[in-house]
Design a protein. Structure first.
Length: 421
């Protein structure tokens, strides 16, 4: 993201105009960063008894920026209409500085919140999701709220950490390369987020002993709803990131135990064609309900599955612009394990292993394997494209040329596509 930002600023020099009120907020954040400096403020080595007091400089930075944000929101009730201009280089410098500060905060979050104390130091590196902040010193403002309680300004705070949640891991993996994502995946597999008996991942690790200040999740029994159950939507988000990072072996291994329709329907308790809001995990008190799906729904889980299906069947970028010619072309790059292919021993040699699907709900697509193997990010050796007028065109090589790619996008001209691997 930073590299894209810098390149965009380099090639797109322009004046950027913002409201005067927003410029005031930007100025205050810049001043706060000037005062904070470039110190990284590394937290102490974590133990179960570590008390993480927010360093004075970081607290002052937070207080200044939070106050500026509140003032900006109050000013937004009515804008003056006046504006301030920034050059693109100024904006790049400002945003790049913000990104560096965010990166430092993420690094501190990992040190403070990723140990978990559930399985030892091997959990280091798992992204935390939530923190709490406890004000330990304050001063009264002299004002009262509507209930007659004193209003105060915070002077000091400590950071509290919570058990691991899968959401933080999912969001962090979106920003990582394959190597770092694999490292986090291996750590998560050893953590309290893994339900070994079900072969799935829970929304959170154990919340036993946590304060009821965490909210309604503490009202549920462990293994039920927000308290350490398997949220299929969040689990599917996690599986999707494995696929996006090219972690094919891990993704298809997880698919066999964590995704419909590969789990046992007797345990699931409903049709494997029907998604559930959550699955009771092995932490639930009643063993007869563990693995059962509850609250059928078709929204989030289905959306994530469709994203996985597209990556599996056609690849991340079926249509692309050729860098040399500048025209649109097409390439099918599936991610499919051999065990998903159908075997027909009576077919000719290069057509014994096949898989079929519909592209754009209209075009029949068939993949033929010349030999048993996984298709992980592999383009075809040739295509046979059938048109609706009865003619067919053979394309040698991994890429479909411009005129055919355009017709495939228009759908109505194409009857079928056969790809040979």
């Amino acid at each position: 993201q930073r590299n894209w930002l810098l390149s965009a600023g380099k090639y797109r020099r322009r004046v950027i105009v913002v409201p005067e009120e927003l410029a005031a907020l930007i100025g205050k954040i810049t001043d706060a960063l000037d005062e904070l400096g470039d110190g990284e403020y590394i937290p102490p080595i974590q133990t179960e008894k570590t008390i993480n007091e927010v360093p004075s400089a970081l607290f002052q930075y937070w207080d200044t920026v939070a106050t500026a944000r509140e003032e900006y929101r109050s000013d937004m009730v009515s804008l003056s209409g006046r504006v301030k201009e920034y050059s693109s280089s100024n904006v790049i410098e400002i945003i790049d500085r913000w990104i560096r500060q965010v990166d430092l905060g993420i690094a501190r979050a990992h040190i403070i919140g990723s140990h978990g104390f559930e399985g030892g130091d091997e959990l280091l590196g798992i992204t935390p999701t939530y923190f709490s902040f406890n004000v330990t010193k304050w001063e009264r403002t002299g004002e009262l709220n509507q209930l007659g309680h004193h209003l105060v300004n915070a002077m000091k705070m400590t950071v509290g950490k919570f058990p691991l949640f899968l959401e933080g891991v999912v969001r962090m993996m979106k920003t990582l390369d394959s190597e770092h994502a694999t490292s986090i995946y291996n750590a998560v597999k050893k953590s309290g987020l893994r339900d070994e008996k079900l072969g799935m991942y829970t929304l959170s690790s154990s919340l036993v002993g946590q304060s009821y200040d965490m909210g309604r999740m503490m009202a549920f029994s462990p293994g039920w709803l927000e308290n350490q159950s398997v949220w299929t939507h969040m689990s599917y988000k996690y599986y999707l990131e494995l696929l996006r990072k090219g972690m094919y072996d891990d993704f298809f291994t997880e698919m066999e135990t964590g995704m419909l329709p590969f789990i046992y329907d007797e345990n699931y308790g409903r049709s494997l064609l029907e998604c559930s809001s959550f699955i009771a995990s092995s932490a639930f008190v009643d063993p007869t309900m563990r693995g059962q799906g509850f609250l059928p729904r078709l929204s989030g889980t289905t959306a994530e599955f469709l994203s996985m299906w597209v990556l599996m069947m056609v690849g991340p970028s079926p249509f692309f612009i050729n860098d040399e010619t500048g025209v649109l072309e097409m390439q099918l790059v599936p991610a499919l394990p051999f065990w998903l292919f159908r075997h027909d021993p009576m077919a000719v040699d290069n057509k014994q292993h096949s898989i079929r699907f519909k592209l754009f709900s209209s075009i029949d697509v068939v993949y033929f394997l010349s030999q048993p193997r996984n298709l992980f990010g592999v383009a075809p050796e040739k295509y046979e494209i059938g048109l609706r007028d009865g003619s067919k065109i053979v394309v040698e090589g991994p890429t479909i040329p411009h005129h055919l790619a355009m017709n495939i996008r228009r759908v109505v001209f194409i009857q079928y596509i056969v790809a040979y691997f």
